[in-house]
Design a protein around this ligand. Structure first.
Ligand code: AMP
Length: 285
């Protein structure tokens, strides 16, 4: 596995290696490149994305970059878990060809061009309490996609709003990459894997299960032909008690609020605070 921190060096390396022999090719006849952007502290969720990229592409690039611009002042940028050595071993074992490991000044200059998240979809749900968060996410993902120029880029459904906004960016800015959505990986008891789960103490870890339980409850209600969003949200809020709820929303796959769950076109999203840790989860129905 090659480790590169300089964006121009990575571009050059990929240009040279894409054209060599290989069976999985993109529409231009180059070797296909699968890309998995991450912020590190890798877990099974990330590994699942990497494995999927490995299956579907000739070259696999993973980035580990703790992107400062998507954290607001006072958020957990400074204490975000860092596991650089373990991450390198995981990438190596998962068959990654190139690990892109830049520093902040490899990615950002002082006077920056940046992207703005859309006025509506960027400022609901997570965007309500984190107003400039998605500007930072879209800017860094745009930069990373331009550096790697992948055939396919892999993102988790766990961060459904991020996935929606990235898909929108790729479509609206006419970018040449296929966005692949990967199902959420969970612990055996249902908790969605997240790098931030390491913040939870033993009691909080148990409390956090209310989040996935509320989503399972919603899914059960739907299977019993209860479709009204209002009724489902009410029961979910009861299930989440006494956690501090940021939102419980039922949307269609275009991220518009819906009054009734539409099977095959709905996402139910929750964000709640467990202790001081903000956790997100969702279910696609
Ligand atoms: P992060 O390092 O948190 O920025 O995540 C990098 C990528 O992994 C994003 O596309 C996430 O949506 C995805 N991801 C994080 N947790 C999970 C999970 N539990 N299951 C599947 N994908 C995940």
């Amino acid at each position: 596995m090659k480790i590169i921190s300089n964006p121009l060096e990575l571009k050059e390396y990929l240009k040279e290696n894409k054209s060599s022999a290989g069976s999985i090719r993109d529409f231009q006849g180059n070797q296909s490149v699968g890309f998995v952007p991450t912020m590190g502290a890798l877990h099974e969720g990330h590994i699942t994305l990497i494995k999927r990229a490995r299956e579907e592409n000739e070259l696999v690039v993973v980035s580990i970059f703790l992107n400062p611009t998507q954290f607001l002042k006072g958020e957990d940028l400074d204490k975000y878990p860092k596991k650089d050595d373990a991450d390198k071993i995981i990438c190596e074992k998962s068959g990654v060809d190139v690990l892109f490991f830049p520093n902040a000044d490899d990615i950002y200059a002082d006077d920056e061009v940046s992207l703005l998240a859309p006025n509506i979809r960027g400022y609901v749900l997570e965007g309500t309490s984190r107003p400039s968060h998605f500007n930072g996410v879209l800017t860094v993902v745009m930069k990373l996609l331009n550096i790697v120029n992948p055939t396919k880029a892999y993102f988790g459904k766990k961060d459904a709003q991020q996935l929606n906004l990235i898909s929108l960016m790729v479509k609206q800015l006419f970018m040449d990459v296929k966005v692949i959505a990967v199902d959420t990986v969970r612990e055996k008891d249902g908790l969605a894997l997240s790098s931030r789960n390491t913040y939870l103490n033993e009691i909080e870890r148990k409390e956090a299960l209310k989040i996935s339980s509320s989503l399972y409850l919603a899914s059960k209600m739907v299977s019993q032909n209860i479709f009204a969003s209002k009724d489902i949200v009410e029961k979910m809020r009861e299930c989440l008690h006494p956690l501090e709820i940021a939102y419980v929303e039922i949307l269609n796959r275009d991220f518009e609020l819906i009054q009734e769950v539409e099977i095959g076109n709905s996402i139910i999203l929750v964000e709640a605070l467990v202790g001081r840790t903000r956790l997100l989860d969702n279910i696609w129905l």
